[in-house]
Design a protein around this ligand. Sequence first.
Ligand code: DGL
Length: 268
Amino acid sequence: MDSRPIGVFDSGVGGLTVVQEIMNQLPNEEIVYFGDTARVPYGSKSKETVTKYSKQIIRFLLTKNIKAIVIACNTASSNSLEEVKRTFDIPIIGVVKPGAVMAYKTTKNNRIGIIGTEATIRSESYSKEIKKHNENIKTFSFACPLFVPLAEEGWTNNEISYLVSKKYLEQFTDKEIDTLVLGCTHYPLLKEVIQDVIGDNVKLINPALEAAKDLKELLTSINALRQNERVPKHSFYVSDNTTKFEQIAAIALKKSIPPVKIIDIEQF
Ligand code: DGL
């Protein structure tokens, strides 16, 4: 048993979709969340910059006496996971591997679509992970950058999000995929419209859900689950402007959160 909290981080608010899954699957665990609202988006940045930011955030989270880290951000998981695992002596889970494993287990025709930020797609992280398990699987990857601001605006299911989805997802016409990975924290918020456009024959994979399952397995295997001695107290930190974060948190988590604190992340 280990009562220390779990550190979770993302480039901003998107990682709250992962927090929600952790809260559902591990209701006794305490979470320390950091959203890098000053430096979002990561999706258009280089591997070097995203890795530098990830290291700073992990140094900050380590000051909070955490027992494990979940990189909720697909872009940071794709570009920095290996490097931060080499650098820090603490269990670290990303979202890519769990999402990729579920995708290859789900496909029946060995044709998988992947959508994510430019940096995630450029890294080919999902395709590489999927092909490690089965090199005969064909993957088709496209960046859908406009999904991020749409989700943040709360335009998750209206005529604009429908049109944008149609434009992006028509790239899969003729690819005959039967599985689509939502490889970005924000995309699960648009899942209804994405499913509507891509059609019911295509199964959507939400890596946030799979990462929470992996975390549960990890904590169980190292005997580090928290017991329910008292109601968990979560804490939320950002690097800039808390208002928008608090608004989106209320929508994503469907509950209000304690006051969000601002951290000067450049100090770490
Ligand atoms: N959190 C990022 C991801 O999952 C999306 C937003 C960004 O570009 O920073 O890739």
